[in-house]
Design a protein around this ligand. Sequence first.
Ligand code: SAH
Length: 247
Amino acid sequence: MNDKTVYLVGAGPGDIELMTIKSVRLIKKAQVIIYDRLANPDILKIAPKDCEFIDVGKTDGRHPVPQDEINEILYLNALKYNIVIRLKGGDPFVFGRGGEEAIYLYDRGIKFEIVPGITSAISVPAYAGIPVTQRGVVSSFRVITGHEARGKAVSQIDWDSYKTDETLIFLMGLHNLKTICKKLIQHGKKPDYPAAVISKGTTKSQKIVVGNLENIHEKSKNIDTPALIIVGKVVNLRDKLKWFELN
Ligand code: SAH
């Protein structure tokens, strides 16, 4: 590893044991870690003592450090250090802007590597006892940004395509939960169609609210971010599969 490299590393959904061996190996050698608020802060403890930490954390919908500044921070640190870690919650390419950051580096001749992580989209439902597919129930799932449901972009979503029975997983959608449920009902889903909201999944603070498209909004009023919304018949399988709460 003589070349300067920026590693775009997925840190998994929260449970530190869901990190990959590769991500841990790289973090142990990091000279600088540029990280998000989603990453479990304990992860930083495995970095070397002299490692520099740069917090560019974002909250849902608000971006304390604008993306173009983050890109530039990555670039400047790549000039300064040989082993730069850009740590992201879940997987860097699932709504993680990993692609944008990698393109920025590519355009400036900086070497990068992508280290995939376990995405919250699948693992958080798994810790809530909800399989995203189940033979005889549903054979596909869709991961959607719930953030775009805000304002103007709401019209750009092809809500008719959600008439399908496939499992729908909305990330970054908590603030738009009411709109999302309303649109799904308007476009053909029954008000009693199963839905769940899972907050801080895979961690000790995990909270799950189960309901349907009509009442899930009201029921999840006191839920904190990060949270995802899962809509589909698989939600009902939780009755027998909610292992994490029972253990
Ligand atoms: N790259 C990330 C997703 C980034 S978008 C991944 O692959 O997981 C951020 C969104 O992910 C949050 O708004 C929330 O919807 C979801 N999310 C991330 N971690 C979560 C967790 N522990 N519990 C519930 N939702 C989570």
